[in-house]
Design a protein around this ligand. Structure first.
Ligand SMILES: [Zn+2]
Length: 396
């Protein structure tokens, strides 16, 4: 079937830029929720619409803003119009000339969202949390994605869903990475498969738990238990931290088809047929865990592999980061700080070829940019506004 906008049914959901806003004062905690950054992913909007009677009761103790993402794409029920709105937040986009920017539909959404974020930042001095709700084209249990910073790990570990970190190394220009670079807690919540009713329920439950953990609203014990159980039932045995270790990127003009039936977090054996590219079969080179297999027309990520991170590695890497042991790296031959703010390291591959990527990951350096002779690695810890956030969150 053709995938043109006209062949799809137009949406009947609310696509105002601001779906809900409540301001509780400068010092109060604040949650900002994005829904529909991808226009074919409406679970977040539907979930918030269901929550509206509760939100409008006037019982919120903290601030809450719910924003829509790609409005023209939401209306047309497609992922994006000209450019993926979750890939336009890098510096390269702002460097496009004005005429070129104007021709890109998503640029308008980007500018409006940017303006609102900047207003919120001026009004809020308390802890600020950004939540970006998505769905996937494959069947999936609900999960969280984060950039690997300790403030993100601390906040997300109390929720009863798996947490996947390190995706920022593979996706450039994502909204959450952009916000993370400002030093704020930001997470993506993948609620389930695009048109699955369960995804709406999952998004609703997760957002209620967020309101509780971030101290935006006090929920009744019974309500809290219901939402917690709803997620727990689906994620049993998968409530761990994972890291992305591989991305299959689809090239322009490539004919890519995923083999049917793969689910998120599904283990696959070495040699298993995964997809077909220009008539050639792609197989798993080792035993792997598959993540976000692509089952839709638009999108450049064919599939990913993830790997579970043992809890001792998580604990030890947190300790090393708190002690700022990464400073030692800069003493090594061929390694130096990129700038005075120490947000990143430049590694000369001729003199420091012994340095493995995993060492940098361990110390909080993700988003590795390589050229022939150098590796540029960026850190999220030194820019995190740690003083704004609690050291511990109570479980919902
Ligand atoms: Zn999405």
């Amino acid at each position: 079937m053709s995938d043109t906008p006209s062949s799809r049914k137009r949406t009947e959901i609310d696509v105002s830029r601001i779906l809900f806003e409540h301001y509780a004062g400068t010092e109060a905690p604040c949650v900002v929720v994005f829904c529909g950054i991808h226009g074919n992913e409406k679970a977040g909007i539907k979930a918030v619409q269901r929550m509206m009677p509760f939100l409008k009761k006037g019982m919120l103790k903290g601030s809450l803003y719910v924003l829509t993402g790609n409005i023209p794409a939401l209306i047309n029920d497609q992922r994006f119009i000209d450019m993926d709105l979750n890939r336009v937040w890098s510096r390269n986009m702002t460097s496009l000339n004005a005429a070129k920017q104007k021709r890109i539909s998503e640029n308008r959404d980007r500018k409006e969202i940017l303006g609102i974020i900047s207003d919120i930042r001026k009004q809020v001095l308390g802890p600020l949390y950004f939540i970006d709700v998505h769905t996937t084209s494959a069947a999936s249990i609900p999960f969280i994605t984060i950039d690997d910073a300790l403030i993100n790990r601390r906040f997300t570990k109390v929720f009863p869903v798996p947490v996947v970190l390190g995706i920022e190394e593979y996706l450039h220009g994502a909204l959450l990475s952009f916000i993370n670079q400002m030093g704020f807690v930001s997470l993506g919540f993948e609620a389930g498969r695009h048109d699955d009713e369960q995804a709406v329920c999952n998004a609703e439950s997760f957002l209620y738990l967020v309101l509780d953990v971030a101290k935006i609203a006090v929920l009744e014990e019974r309500t809290l238990a219901l939402h917690k159980e709803r997620l727990q039932r689906l994620t049993l045995g998968r409530r761990h931290f994972y890291e992305v270790i591989y991305r299959y990127g689809i090239q322009e003009g490539e004919q890519f088809t995923m083999r049917p039936g793969f689910r998120n977090f599904q283990p696959v054996k070495k040699g298993r047929e995964l997809a077909e590219s220009n008539g050639k079969v792609i197989r798993a080179g080792k035993d792997r865990v598959i993540f976000m297999p692509l089952y839709q027309q638009q999108g450049e990520d064919g599939f990913f592999f993830v790997r579970r991170i043992p809890s001792w590695v998580l604990g030890l890497s947190a300790l090393f980061r708190l002690l700022r042991l990464d400073a030692v790296l800069a003493w090594l031959p061929g390694v130096s700080w990129i700038d005075g703010e120490k947000q990143g390291l430049r590694v000369d591959l001729k003199t420091a070829s012994f340095m493995a990527k995993s060492v940098f990951h361990f110390l909080g350096y993700r988003e590795v940019v390589e050229d022939e002779d150098h590796l540029l690695v960026y850190n999220r810890e030194r820019i995190a506004r740690k003083e704004r956030y609690p050291l511990r969150y109570s479980r919902p």
